[in-house]
Design a protein around this ligand. Structure first.
Ligand code: CP
Length: 307
């Protein structure tokens, strides 16, 4: 049982977290995973709202499950019927929600670093949790990914991980590259060169999947981010799958203990063969399950940061 407390004012990027903070959050998430419901802490005086301006199933709903498990008051917010459609800015929406008594916002936006002007505004006294900012960061996904890898191997230092696919447009790739490299993971990147970004050079090596697949412990696949491609991408699905995806043939080359990860939603038979999504080596469903517990640990730390 963890006896120390982690207190965070906001949770917007993995870059602001030390390895000790990450270790705490992961241990706490694992504790929550096995804790009987009647022993969970209760934050019945917390008022929280989830503002999702981009589509989401996993992040939105697992935050909501996590919030309800922790006894919080979850105030519904629907962007399609909110005054954002009448020209209200995100800052004015946040000021309004704070005036109504809401103390924490989970926000997903297509704007990179949207959270900075909310945090910098001295009149605003809300905690912000980033549910994804464009192609910037997805720090709660990153935590659940690191938790899933840690649960599997009980160590991160020295593991070999390849991140494969639409690297340039993926916030999952940027968060994981930054954090995993800081935690001592040996990183490789793969996928179409057009979707590689030189900023990843700082964290690892660009290779072809066929070159590295027999050596890695984790294959982390990325969804093709059609919505972030400036020009409509012509993608030959079959060609992408054969050239860059995890095909059944490639999967046969994996080390016996290696695992397959994907943040989902999955484009079946594009990033990964349909049959491999629920293969015994796939941790895709485990990642979704861990999302609830990782987000409970994040929410608890942010509640501690307020009190
Ligand atoms: N992995 C992830 O962020 O999924 P959603 O877009 O469904 O939240």
């Amino acid at each position: 049982m963890i006896t120390t407390k982690l207190a965070l004012e906001n949770y917007v990027s993995t870059e602001h977290l030390s390895p000790k903070d990450i270790a705490h959050l992961i241990e706490r998430a694992i504790e929550f995973k096995y804790m009987p419901e009647d022993l969970l802490p209760s934050y019945s005086d917390a008022y929280i709202s989830n503002l999702f301006f981009e589509n989401s199933t996993r992040t939105h709903l697992s935050f909501e499950v996590a919030e309800r498990k922790l006894g919080m008051n979850v105030i519904p917010f629907d962007p399609s019927t909110s005054s954002i459609n009448k020209g209200e800015t995100l800052l004015d929406t946040a000021i309004t929600l704070e005036a109504l008594g809401i103390d924490t916002l989970v926000i997903r936006s297509k704007e990179k670093k949207y959270y900075q002007k909310l945090i910098d505004d001295h009149n605003l006294n809300l905690s912000i949790i980033n549910g994804g900012d464009g192609s910037g960061q997805h720090p709660s996904q990153c935590l659940l990914d690191v938790m899933t890898i840690y649960e599997e191997f009980r160590i991160l230092q020295g593991l070999k991980v390849v991140i494969v696919g639409d690297l340039a447009h993926s916030r999952v790739a940027s968060s994981n590259a930054e954090l995993l490299s800081r935690l001592g993971v040996e990183l490789y990147f793969s996928g179409p060169i057009e979707w590689y970004d030189s900023s990843f050079d700082a964290y690892g090596t660009y290779v072809s999947l066929d070159h590295i697949i027999q050596e890695v412990d984790v294959i982390m696949l990325l969804r093709v981010q059609f919505e972030r491609h400036e020009h409509k991408t012509f993608l030959d699905y079959k060609n992408y799958h054969e050239s860059y995806g995890l095909t059944e043939t490639r999967a046969q080359l994996m080390k016996p203990h290696a695992i397959i990860m994907h943040p989902a939603p999955v484009n079946r038979d594009v990033e990964i063969a349909d049959s491999l999504v629920t293969d015994s080596r796939s941790r895709i469903v485990t990642q979704m399950k861990n999302g609830v517990f990782a987000r409970m640990a994040i929410l608890e730390a942010v509640m501690n940061g307020k009190r």
